[in-house]
Design a protein around this ligand. Sequence first.
Ligand SMILES: [Zn+2]
Ligand SMILES: [Zn+2]
Length: 364
Amino acid sequence: MPSAVAEAPTIQKSTDTMRALVFQSPNRIALERVPIPKPGVGEAVIRITLTTICGTDLHILKGEYKVRPGLIIGHEPVGVIHELGAGVTGYAVGQRVLVGAITPCGQCHDCLSGHWSQCGGPIGGWKFGNTIHGAQAEYLLVPNAQANLARIPDELTDEQVVLLADIASTGISAAESAPVRIGDAVAVFAQGPIGLCASAGARLKGASLVIGVESDTFRAETARRMGADVVVNYLEQDVVEEIRRITGGRGVDVAIEALGTQNTFEGALRVLKPGGTLSSLGVYSGKLTLPLEPFAAGLGDHKIVTTLCPGGKERMRVLLELVRHGRLNLAPLLTHTFPLDRIIEAYELFGSRRDNVIKVGIRP
Ligand SMILES: [Zn+2]
Ligand SMILES: [Zn+2]
């Protein structure tokens, strides 16, 4: 992304404007000075203290996922309440909060049917940096604040919790949606940020065996720290054969797809035992086809489930408790941190996967 790596000018702080990363057009993002948002009824404004860059933001930057020019991107906010709109109760200015990447309204048909992430329609719960301004800025307007502001326990640092907003909530949800049961064998295809959290989720749900699929040495090593018992390198081994061998020929109870390609989807299907569940997290582009032989021509009792990152303050509270009580440690995943002024550089590093980067913290 040559146009994106140009040196961003340093912009000074001021009282009514803020620095924010704005999507201008495909392959063009820039730090701009924009007005600090004001909260309306039911809304809140938080001052961002830490955020991060998601793989989805790279798709936006490349123009592969379309958002409107002028939109502030980013959807993983940790901050301090700066201003509360009318009608938001039980919170005070100055409190530290985590807000999920997905901000359900809690009122609509989809929310009240239990499909919070699909608030208002397909993928509708994903608002930050998609349909409304996002978190890669000094301040962020939080819609439906009453449903979405999760207090951060004092003993937890921003760094310990920032990855809960998106990748941990998403990764763990794959194990929950399947659902993984105590004693299950689970394979997780791809150990990127979300796959690593899926491995942690499978372990949390009581899997007896978690098999990661990954070729990158550092990510394979990180997978073992996050909960994988074995990591199969698809460049060195036939993944399907190896996973069948490890599971005594049975196949796995749950295969989690965490990349979004035909190959990994197919691999996940091929390692399933009859009646197993393919829990899909990847974002697919182009055409996804279902191979008939591993799908047992439609007669294998397989289940295929998909999950969009769960959000809302109760989801965040539960995840915060996992970190607080030592069940989940995301520290190995936050490999780099940059100030907001150098966010273009951070995008370049994250996009290139250089220097063993997994997730990049951004501090306004
Ligand atoms: Zn994301
Ligand atoms: Zn809703």
